[in-house]
Design a protein around this ligand. Structure first.
Ligand SMILES: Nc1ncnc2c1ncn2[C@@H]1O[C@H](COP(=O)(O)OP(=O)(O)O)[C@@H](O)[C@H]1O
Ligand SMILES: [Mg+2]
Length: 150
């Protein structure tokens, strides 16, 4: 597939990850060692071999920058595979989901808020905002049980 796309071939280690079976796996590697590249190739390999559908893929990262990078690399490669005829042209609505952990958790909450009696328009607080909110309530509280605490 790399040859067909005119891309550098994966190293043997990358190839082992890209072609590993559909079972849980942990891959640990240093900065700049080719992790994002491997993840993008893994996704594309699974798609091209019909092992998963695009909407069965979820890519989560810690930062927006990493999510953006992974998303671009996956989508560029899907398009390239479609161009060389290795992948049936897909439906844009079936694209893989790639986002940060926070954004994904927020969307799961919004989609299911009514089931747990919450307003779907709510925002999930970041950790600093949660601490600020908790502090505001505690400082304003007149509950004697709190008075002994610093
Ligand atoms: N097998 C490979 N052959 C050639 N270049 C590669 C290979 N794997 C990764 N690269 C390149 O190495 C650089 C770092 O890869 P990247 O996936 O961003 O690393 P990481 O996510 O681990 O920081 C990128 O420019 C990428 O295109
Ligand atoms: Mg990376």
């Amino acid at each position: 597939m790399a040859d067909a796309l005119g891309r550098p071939r994966p190293t043997p280690q990358q190839r082992a990850v890209i072609e590993s079976p559909l079972t849980p796996a942990l891959v640990v590697a240093g900065a700049g060692s080719g992790k994002t590249e491997t993840m993008a190739s893994r996704v594309v390999w699974l798609l091209a071999n019909g092992m998963v559908r695009p909407d069965g893929i979820l890519g989560l990262t810690f930062t927006r920058k990493a999510a953006g990078e992974l998303s671009v690399r996956i989508n560029d490669r899907i398009r390239a595979l479609e161009d060389v005829g290795l992948l049936a042209a897909g439906d844009a609505f079936e694209a893989p989901t790639v986002s940060t952990l926070h954004a994904f958790a927020n969307s799961v909450f919004r989609e299911n808020a009514l089931l747990v009696g919450r307003d779907g328009e709510s925002q999930v607080l970041t950790e600093p905002s949660a601490w600020q909110l908790a502090r505001r309530f505690v400082v304003a509280a007149r509950d004697d049980r709190l008075s002994g605490l610093d």
